[in-house]
Design a protein around this ligand. Structure first.
Ligand code: PNS
Length: 158
């Protein structure tokens, strides 16, 4: 059985993330979406809320579960018998940093990272941009699930 993680900040989860999670769920037996807690980054949504939003978005995906962790991703993987890390790659600009992280993680415990190319329709989507547009009242419909859209409206008081 192959268990993998899709790690990230997911502040909030976007349709781009979901596409990667769903495709990973077709490729592997079990997928855990892990929200990593970054103490240096105060996000828009508290971790518990991010988890709720992810849970609601993945209810139909039977082999997908959701978790959070504060610490090194490789430690989470070792503690939870995870065989590989799955990451989406949007563009060449993602590649430098993603390769560096994949190699660092590999160096730490030998864990491998599998890259899945983002679907062309989602290449420009990033949580940070979605938040910026939503904050100013711009239209992010179609970039995030409907319940995330509602959560963004609520967070920004629209
Ligand atoms: O969605 P993001 O912010 O691009 O995800 C980055 C994330 C959370 C996957 C990365 O920062 C991470 O793995 N953080 C956990 C701490 C860790 O293991 N750091 C070493 C990475 S080589």
């Amino acid at each position: 059985m192959t268990r993998v993680v899709c790690p990230g900040s997911f502040d909030p989860i976007t349709n781009g993330h979901l596409d990667i999670v769903e495709r990973a769920s077709f490729l592997f037996d079990e997928v855990i979406v892990v929200v990593l807690v970054n103490e240096n980054k105060s996000g828009l949504f508290p971790i518990e809320r991010r988890l709720e939003l992810i849970r609601e978005a993945t209810t139909e995906m039977e082999n997908v579960s959701v978790d959070s962790y504060s610490g090194l991703l490789v430690d989470y993987c070792a503690q939870n018998d995870v065989q590989a890390i799955v990451k989406g790659l949007r563009a060449v600009s993602d590649f430098d940093y993603e390769l560096q992280m994949a190699q660092m993680n590999g160096n730490l415990t030998g864990i491998d990272t599998v890259f899945i190319p983002t679907a062309p329709d989602y290449t420009f989507i990033a949580s940070s941009l979605v938040k910026e547009v939503a904050r100013h009242g711009g239209d992010v419909d179609g970039l995030v699930p409907k319940h995330v859209l509602a959560a963004l409206d609520e967070a920004y008081g629209h």
